[in-house]
Design a protein around this ligand. Structure first.
Ligand code: NAD
Length: 478
């Protein structure tokens, strides 16, 4: 028996949660439910994240959380409960299966059946943003080796658990050679540990185009946070199942399962909502806690019910559907089908008795790190990079010389193009001359000299080599 935390949420939340629990308990799920309150009333009672301390304690104790959608009150100052939960509990992996249910649910992609595994904590979503000049804002994209290893390994283990065949990695490492380059490199390293699973890598733009056009060529996809956020919505939409898809957020200790849709306030209390999205979340939860046999039984009964044309009003279609039912009646129909398998749709066959267990991240040997220069970012309203270079060359030290100036990444000195557009944000690269690595003192020396010369430095980035390999990108056009 596993105790799980349940939140019934707002709007249609309580109805679809009751229907979901009824189905999985009827199927024999060995769970004990501990209920907490999250959402609108908790926000309005003064908890800015929509959850109280006592509820956090319950979630952390039980480690498995099934959550119905909530309503975020209008007006400022309310933090997203989902984002807070993900970050606090370290839910690094967001898993979203997107399967078409052709011919029962309309889609242009009848053979689509894929799963997007999205990294959930890093990338541009670390939320580290700054205004640096009048004209330029910055958002830091952070990609870490532990972050990549955890998500990529999760994708391969998930693929193995669900008997899938291939993992595809999406990045833009032709442009972002350091950050996306690391994600791709870790993907290659981990893929080599799974010779039984096929793998490939796609540059995100063509990968996304193929995903929208021929999604049936993909199986499991793994990608950094931002790409995954965008593409998982596109994939759910083109599968025709936004209202019927579930999602899992998995961490090393805790996990949260939910529907991807919201609380649909206009449908509240009408017994009209489709409980399928939350039921899909609950099926992923059962697989996560090793009750795969029950998960399989519920999924096959659900597919059978869809195939019999017993549909809630959101997917009811004359000619295809047979019977329009409410939330409760839909749950009853799934329960009545619990020993059945679909005929037209493909039945699922999960591996039994399996709990996904990932090894803890082990930090490798620290590399030999050498400081070989510094990028000094300058707020300067001038128009002629040669003029800026002349000022900045005066800051050269015995070992370190100005080698390049870029504006928004494009090299403008030496030998820039007249046509290039300049903002007030300049990156000025000082590199050591041939010889040994420089000391941090030289960076401080350059900054002090800049201050004395009235140059407005806004930040620096140290330029390192790790085990002799350059740890920074070259300027575009360099
Ligand atoms: P929504 O997903 O609630 O509704 C969009 C449309 O889909 C509506 O027409 C709705 O009636 C329909 N719909 C959604 N779920 C359905 C279901 N199960 N059965 C039948 N029809 C369904 O999105 P929204 O209207 O933009 O947001 C409503 C509230 O939900 C907002 O307060 C929003 O912040 C919140 N929200 C919460 C979550 C979450 O808790 N995970 C996610 C998204 C939105």
């Amino acid at each position: 028996m596993k105790t799980i935390t349940v939140a019934k949420g707002d709007g249609i939340g309580p109805e679809i949660m009751d229907a979901t629990l009824e189905v999985i308990l009827a199927a024999g799920a060995k769970i004990k439910v501990e209920e907490i309150e999250v959402g609108e009333r908790v926000y309005l009672a003064g908890h800015s994240s929509g959850i109280s301390k006592a509820s956090w304690d319950t979630i952390r104790k039980n480690k498995v959380f099934l959550k119905a959608p909530i309503t975020t009150p209008q007006g400022g100052g309310y933090k997203s409960l989902n984002v807070t939960t993900r970050k606090f509990l370290g839910l690094y992996s967001n898993v979203r299966p997107c399967q078409s249910l052709h011919p029962f649910v309309r889609t242009k992609h009848p053979d689509m059946d894929l799963v997007i595994v999205r990294e959930n904590e890093e990338d541009l979503y670390a939320g580290i943003e700054h205004q640096q000049t009048d004209e330029v804002m910055q958002c830091l994209k952070l990609i870490s080796r532990p972050g990549c290893e955890k998500i990529v390994r999760y994708a391969f283990e998930y693929t193995r658990q669900y008997g899938r065949k291939k993992v595809s990695c999406f990045t833009k490492d032709n442009i972002m050679k350091q950050t996306d380059g690391l994600f791709h490199q870790v993907f290659n390293e981990i893929a080599s540990e799974y010779p039984d699973i096929q793998n490939d890598h796609w540059i995100i733009d063509i990968g996304a185009a193929r995903l929208a056009d021929t999604p049936e060529i993909f199986d499991v996809l793994v990608m950094p946070n931002l790409y995954g956020d965008v593409l998982s919505d596109i994939a759910a939409q083109i599968a025709g199942s936004v209202g019927m898809a579930g999602s899992a957020n998995i961490g090393e200790e805790c996990a949260m399962f939910e529907a991807i849709h919201g609380s649909a306030p206009p449908l509240e209390g009408k017994n009209e909502a489709n409980p399928s999205g939350l039921l899909q979340g609950a099926i992923m939860m059962l697989n996560h806690i090793g009750q795969n046999e029950i998960a399989e039984k519920v999924q096959n009964a659900w597919l059978k019910t869809i195939e019999e044309g017993i549909h809630t009003s959101d997917i009811f279609k004359e000619g295809v559907s047979k019977e329009k039912v409410g939330t409760r009646q839909f749950a009853e129909a799934v329960i009545a089908n619990l020993e059945q398998k679909p005929v037209t749709l493909k039945p699922v066959n999960y591996k039994h008795g399996q709990v996904l267990q990932l090894p803890k991240y082990v930090r490798g040997r620290a590399a030999q790190k050498e400081l070989i220069g510094v990028d000094v970012f300058v707020d300067w309203k001038g128009e002629n990079p040669d003029e800026l270079a002349e000022k900045l060359q005066k800051l050269n030290t015995k070992n370190t010389k100005l080698t390049m100036i870029t504006n928004r990444g494009i090299k403008v000195w030496p030998e820039g193009f007249e046509e290039t557009f300049y903002t007030d944000h300049w990156r000025c690269r000082y590199l050591m001359e041939k010889g040994s690595a420089i000391e941090k003192q030289e960076v401080i020396h350059i900054l002090s000299a800049a201050l004395e010369s009235g140059i407005d430095t806004i930040k620096t980035e140290n330029l390192y080599c790790f085990d002799g390999k350059q740890g920074f990108s070259v300027g575009q056009g360099q």
